[in-house]
Every structure is written in structure tokens, then in C-alpha cells.
Design a protein around this ligand. Structure first.
Ligand code: PEP
Ligand code: MG
Length: 324
């Protein structure tokens, strides 16, 4: 069984009728990137940089960050690495930033909000990422974007950092793609507008579900309501993928839905291009994808879009995957 799965892991992922998708890995440290190409990851779809900040007793310098990003990029041997800028706040704390306690941390001062407020901190990280881009294909992604002004402000700081490095004569990579995470319903609903300006989307279902159904992703008491097969979540995902396709952009997913084989027929049917997951999930998802027929998934997805509850969607998907 292990060997059979490893066999799937090493091959690119495609459906029976030849629809290829990119399978990528989520990492939290550069060490986790080591050996990933051998485990079937065609890219890093989400590098959660906050762990670099959480492991220190003070803000990591530009050079310390540069070395970490470079290490992850080199481990991927020419494959793309999507680096997410600092996503702190919510459940992730940084004691040395001395942030005030909040009544609703998940709705508060976090991620891009903090970065746009503490521009020096943000510019330092952007410079480190852009410098690291000299060592391989890098894409930058901003977390927790809720509206166009935030995206534009973040993009302007990215351009400022890039311009500064160019003026200093520092070598940097060409064509660094810049995209946003879709993890707030407000951003998903405006995907058609964002799609004109961003290079790509990556759907963070962990937060997108939390904010769509108003269920704290950590709260066991209400976890029965937390489900990425909620029809509202599926509609939001569809909006995003359709908008990116209309504008010639691409959409990935880095929340845990991407690593769930049960979701695979739906994600194929919706046309998701890049699937990023924790590395142990890769082989199983590739196996499931290779058993699917895209035309069939398109028909199934039309039926799924018509259902009314998460339970109905799950039941239909289970029946579909268990069919003889
Ligand atoms: C998400 O919200 O789905 C996501 C991938 O980001 P994180 O889990 O780090 O919040
Ligand atoms: Mg998130």
C-alpha cells in the first residue's frame, strides 16, 4: 500500500482524460522543503513565514529572512515557491510586538492589516523575499485581504521594495508574480475586480469557512457547523475560479480542503489549477485525481451546485467516489 501510494506520489497529477493539475505543498519552515520534489510536490503553494517570526525573541533581520527564504527556494530546485507575507494575529502571537489584547482576535489587528500599519516590518520582509527571488521562481502572496485598497497598498509597497533593490543594483528574479489569498468572503465576492489586477488567487479555506459561516475554526463546541462543503463556501470558490479564468489568471487552494480526496471531484469540476496541501496528503490526492474523469466531474459538479446542505454534498461525493 505504501509503495503503491509512493508510486502515485512521484508522478504528475492528471485525470484519466488528461486534465493536468499542479500539486503543491504547504510548509512552515525551509527544512520542510527539503526532499519535497522527491515526494511529488511540483511547487510550494504556501510557505507560512510566520513561524520564522514566532521562533525568535525579536523581529528577524532582513538577512536572517533572506537566508530562510533562499533555503526553501533552493530545496525546490527550480520549482515555484509561493511565499506568504507575515500572517500573525488571530491565534498566532508574537510576544515581542507587544500587541494589545483583543476581544475578537480573528476579526482584529492581524496579517496584512498589521503589515500595512507597520510598514518598516513589511518592507523588510518584502526586500528579503525579493532578494531571495534571485535563486529561483518566487511568487508573493498577501494574507487576509478584504478589499482592493489593501491589495493596492500592499502591491505598492512591494513595488517600492523592488525599486529600492534595483536602485541598489541588487540582483533579483524576473517577473515575480504577486497574488492574494482569498480567505474573507468580501474578497471572494469581489474576485472579478481583483482578477484584473492580481497575478493569482490562493483560496484559504481554513479561514474562508470560518468567516463565511461565522464559526471559530478552533472552537470544538461549534465545529459541527464548520464544513468546507457548505453550499455557500462552494459558491464562493466557484466565483473566484471563474473570475480568474475570465481574466487569464490562475487559482490555487492552500486550505485543508485541497488535501481532502473527497473534495477532489468537486475541485476538478470547478477547474482549480493548483492544489497545495501538507506533504503527507500528496500521494492520496494524486491517486484519487488519477481515477477521475474530468467530463464526469463537470457533470457531477453541476449537480453538487444544486444541493442545499453540506451533508447532501458530502453524501453525493462519497457515493461518487465509492461507485464501482
Ligand atoms: C487558510 O486560512 O486556509 C490558510 C491556508 O491559512 P492559515 O491556515 O495559515 O490561516
Ligand atoms: Mg488563513
Amino acid at each position: 500500500e505504501q509503495e503503491r501510494l509512493a508510486e502515485f506520489g512521484s508522478r504528475p497529477a492528471a485525470t484519466k482524460d488528461g486534465f493536468a493539475i499542479e500539486i503543491a505543498a504547504n510548509i512552515g519552515t525551509p527544512q520542510e522543503a527539503e526532499g519535497l520534489p522527491g515526494k511529488g510536490a511540483e511547487a510550494v503553494g504556501l510557505y507560512r513565514t510566520e513561524f520564522l517570526f514566532m521562533g525568535e525573541s525579536k523581529l528577524p533581520s532582513e538577512d536572517v529572512q533572506y537566508e530562510a527564504y533562499r533555503k526553501a527556494i533552493e530545496a525546490m530546485e527550480g520549482r515555484p515557491v509561493v511565499i506568504r507575507t507575515l500572517d500573525i494575529g488571530g491565534d498566532k502571537e508574537l510576544p515581542y510586538l507587544d500587541l494589545p489584547a483583543e476581544l475578537n482576535p480573528f476579526l482584529g489587528y492581524r496579517a496584512i492589516r498589521l503589515c500595512l500599519d507597520r510598514k518598516e516590518l513589511f518592507l523588510t520582509q518584502l526586500r528579503a523575499i525579493i532578494r531571495a527571488s534571485a535563486h529561483g521562481p518566487v511568487k508573493v502572496m498577501f494574507p487576509m485581504i478584504s478589499g482592493l485598497e489593501e491589495w493596492r497598498a500592499a502591491k505598492a509597497l512591494f513595488e517600492e521594495a523592488k525599486g529600492g533593490l534595483a536602485a541598489e543594483g541588487v540582483q533579483i528574479g524576473e517577473d515575480i508574480e504577486v497574488g492574494i489569498m482569498i480567505e474573507i468572503p468580501a474578497a471572494a465576492l469581489l474576485a472579478d475586480r481583483f482578477a484584473k489586477e492580481v497575478d493569482f488567487f490562493s483560496i484559504g479555506t481554513n479561514d474562508l469557512v470560518q468567516y463565511t459561516v461565522a464559526v471559530d475554526r478552533m472552537n470544538e463546541k461549534v465545529s459541527y457547523l464548520y464544513d468546507y462543503f457548505h453550499p455557500s463556501v462552494i459558491r464562493l470558490i466557484k466565483l473566484v475560479i471563474d473570475a480568474s479564468n475570465r481574466h487569464g489568471k490562475w487559482t490555487g487552494m492552500c486550505g485543508s480542503m485541497a488535501g481532502d480526496p473527497l473534495a477532489a471531484p468537486l475541485l476538478i469540476g470547478l477547474g482549480l489549477q493548483e492544489w497545495s496541501m501538507s506533504p503527507p496528503k500528496i500521494a492520496r490526492v494524486k491517486e484519487t485525481v488519477s481515477s477521475l474523469d474530468r467530463e464526469d466531474c463537470l457533470r457531477l459538479t453541476e449537480r453538487l451546485l444544486d444541493l442545499e446542505t453540506p451533508g447532501e454534498v458530502r453524501a453525493e461525493l462519497e457515493a461518487y467516489l465509492n461507485r464501482a
